[in-house]
Design a protein around this ligand. Structure first.
Ligand code: APR
Length: 246
C-alpha cells in the first residue's frame, strides 16, 4: 500500500474518531466481493445480461409473472449461498464505534444485516420478503403450492418480491428517515454505487452541499467523483482491509 493512500486512510479514520455523525451509503458494489453481481458493471452487470423492463417493473411482472418470480428466486438462492465480505463486516464494526451512525443501502440482499449491521435503512426493499401485488401488504407465510408465483393467502392474487421496481416510489417512511440522516450527517461514505438511480443518487450530493465530508470507495469513476473529498479507487473489501478502525 503506498504512502499517499495510507495518509488518506489515516485522515479519514482520525476524522471518524472525532465524534462525527456518519452515514454509510451503499450499492451493489459492496456485495460484489461476495459474488453477487452488480447491475451496471460492463462484464457481468445484471442489466447487461437481462432486461430491466421485463424483470424489474410492474408491467413486466403483469406480462410474465412466472418469469419474474423465478428470476428473483434465482437471485435469492445466489444471495443465500453467499457470505458477507470484509466490507460488510467493516461497516458493521463502524456502527459500534460511531455514536451517530446510519447505514442507507440500495441493496436488497440483506448481507449488511448478516454481517451484524442493525441500523440499516433499506431503500429498495428486501428480496427475502414478499408482498401481495394487488393489496400491497407484506405476506410472511403462504401455503405450499406448485403455483408460480404463489397466491396471496388473503385475496388469492399474486405474490411479488418486496423490492422497489423501476417506476415505483420509495416508501415514505424509509425515504424520510434516510433524508433526515443525510441532512444531519457530517461524514458520508458512498461505497459501491454508480449513483445513477434517483432519488437515492442525490444523497451524497446533498450531504456534500451541506458541508459533509464525502468519501467514496469504488474501483471505477462515477459522476460523484466531482463532489467527493476522498476517493479510494479500489474494491470495497480491499480498501477497508487497509483501515484499522478500532
Ligand atoms: N467494490 C466497490 N465498488 C464496486 C465493486 C467492488 N468490489 N465492484 C463494482 N463496484 C462499483 C461499480 O464500479 C459501480 O460503480 O459498484 C457500482 C455498482 O453500480 P450499479 O451496478 O449501478 O449498482 P447500484 O448503484 O447499487 O444501482 C442502484 O439500480 O437497478 C437498480 O435497484 C437497483 O439498487 C439498484 C440501483
Amino acid at each position: 500500500m503506498n504512502g499517499v493512500y495510507m495518509n488518506i486512510l489515516e485522515s479519514i479514520v482520525n476524522k471518524l474518531k472525532s465524534g462525527q455523525r456518519v452515514v454509510v451509503f451503499t450499492g451493489a458494489g459492496v456485495s460484489a466481493e461476495s459474488g453477487i453481481p452488480t447491475f451496471r458493471d460492463k462484464l457481468d452487470g445484471l442489466w447487461n445480461r437481462f432486461s430491466a423492463e421485463d424483470l424489474d417493473c410492474a408491467d413486466g411482472f403483469k406480462a410474465s409473472p412466472q418469469l419474474v418470480w423465478e428470476w428473483y428466486a434465482w437471485r435469492r438462492k445466489m444471495i443465500v449461498d453467499a457470505k458477507p465480505n470484509l466490507a460488510h463486516h467493516a461497516i458493521a464494526l463502524m456502527e459500534t464505534l460511531v455514536p451517530e451512525f446510519t447505514l442507507i443501502t440500495q441493496n436488497v440482499d440483506g448481507l449488511h444485516q448478516r454481517a451484524g449491521s442493525t441500523k440499516v435503512i433499506e431503500l429498495h426493499g428486501n428480496i427475502h420478503r414478499s408482498r401481495c401485488f394487488d393489496e400491497d401488504i407484506a405476506i410472511d407465510k403462504w401455503a405450499e403450492t406448485d403455483e408460480v408465483p404463489p397466491p396471496c393467502p388473503h385475496c388469492g392474487g399474486m405474490l411479488r418480491p418486496d423490492v422497489v421496481w423501476f417506476g415505483e416510489g420509495l416508501s415514505g417512511d424509509t425515504y424520510g428517515k434516510a433524508k433526515e440522516a443525510i441532512r444531519n450527517c457530517t461524514m458520508l461514505f458512498s461505497i459501491g454505487t454508480s449513483s445513477q438511480i434517483y432519488p437515492a443518487a442525490v444523497f451524497p450530493y446533498e450531504a456534500a452541499h451541506r458541508g459533509a465530508m464525502v468519501v467514496q470507495i469504488n474501483p471505477n469513476p462515477t459522476d460523484l467523483d466531482q463532489v467527493t473529498s476522498f476517493i479510494l479507487r479500489g474494491k470495497a473489501g480491499e480498501c477497508v482491509n487497509g483501515c484499522r478502525l478500532s
